[in-house]
Design a protein around this ligand. Sequence first.
Ligand code: CDP
Ligand code: MG
Length: 136
Amino acid sequence: MNNIQKTLSIIKPDAVERNLENEIKEMFLKKGFHILREKKIHIEKSEAEKFYKVHETKPFYNDLCSYLSSGPIVVMILQKDNAVLANRNLMGATNPKDALDGTIRKKYGISIDKNSVHGSDSPENAQIEIDFFFKD
Ligand code: CDP
Ligand code: MG
């Protein structure tokens, strides 16, 4: 049975900075994702802190928020059958060293913090994250 879902994807500053936007989008399109909305933005650290609030007790929280607000990012709403899991699979493991061949993080990730992409981890969080960036 079909289970069409939406998920939020972010191309992070390390990838935008290296002009990998089109390559990464191509990987999504090849896997059958539809890019419903997209925008390139540069967020304030205070916005990154809200977006990553779930991680506020983690030791990497401050650096993570500085990093996400350090340069332009591309935020996208992706749609596909089982999009949340399909995106996580295409992204690969958080640490690019552990990511499997064929994943975005294996191909483009630099390190655990500069890992090129964000993806929602559940349908519930996908809706929250989509609303965060695409309120209208
Ligand atoms: O992005 P993902 O869902 O795979 O990982 P997460 O556990 O939700 O962590 C969010 C982000 O924090 C990661 O994508 C990394 O950029 C960063 N992080 C880090 O810098 N150091 C860690 N030990 C773990 C995560
Ligand atoms: Mg996560």
